[in-house]
Design a binder for this molecule. Structure first.
Ligand code: DX5
Ligand code: ZN
Length: 221
């Protein structure tokens, strides 16, 4: 099976020192930078846009940037993120009027594409687009804020999604986002996830390397 990927969410980083924070978390062993885009419309919070993604690339971040779009409409902003150098772009299917088109837009720009499922969003949006999906992101909290509690039903949804991916034969990452910590990462991996977003669990602690090492050691058990 594929190696596990740890993707710190910079939502919980110090925005005034964002470049240094990203350097620090990558030096601490993170694999991917998770980039939460919120529009105060699809979700009740506002973060950053493609300009900040572009600035991080220009600053010299070479690790993949995993852009999680919590925006509606979706398509208009995809081009900006492709131009900014986003490596992975995921969006919420309920926020797109034309899911297949949004996926095609992302892939035609050379990025990996994914769909994000809120805790209560059914998986059936995948039915006719699985061949265009590189990544499936299951939200284990309702989107909009860092620091929320992991919703336990996600474990059952992860098991279902893992089976769906394995049965399909496609090469698809299974990412989980919300309330992930060194305390629960192992059971989340056992349920089928292979990519882990963690915001407050990493950036809320003084020693990022200690947390990421602890997560890896849980994953290697
Ligand atoms: C929530 C975001 C998450 C968030 C996770 O809408 O998608 O990426 O930053 O934060 P934690 O790990 O603190 O739950
Ligand atoms: Zn996210």
């Amino acid at each position: 099976s594929k190696p596990y990927l740890i993707a710190p969410s910079i939502l919980s980083a110090d925005f005034a020192r964002l470049g240094e924070e990203v350097d620090k978390v990558l030096a601490a062993g993170a694999d991917v930078v998770h980039f939460d885009v919120m529009d105060n419309h699809y979700v009740p919070n506002l973060t950053f846009g493609a300009g900040v993604c572009k600035a991080l690339k220009k600053y010299g971040i070479t690790a993949p940037i995993d852009v999680h779009l919590m925006v509606s409409p979706v398509d208009r902003i995809i081009g900006d993120f492709l131009e900014a150098g986003a490596d992975i772009i995921t969006f919420h299917p309920e926020a797109s009027d034309h899911i297949d088109r949004s996926l095609q837009l992302i892939k035609s720009g050379g990025a990996k594409a994914g769909l994000v499922f809120n805790p209560a969003t059914p998986l059936h949006y995948l039915d006719y687009v699985l061949d265009k999906v590189d990544q499936i992101l299951l939200m284990s909290v309702n989107p909009g804020f860092g620091g929320q509690k992991f919703i336990p039903m996600t474990l059952e949804k992860l098991r279902q999604t893992r089976k769906l991916i394995d049965d399909s034969g496609f090469d698809i990452r299974l990412e989980v986002d919300g309330g992930v910590s060194e305390q629960n990462i192992r059971e989340i991996a056992e349920a089928g996830a292979d990519m882990f977003v963690a915001g407050s669990a990493i950036f809320g602690k003084p020693d990022y390397k200690r947390v990421i090492d602890a997560m890896r050691s849980e994953l290697s058990k």
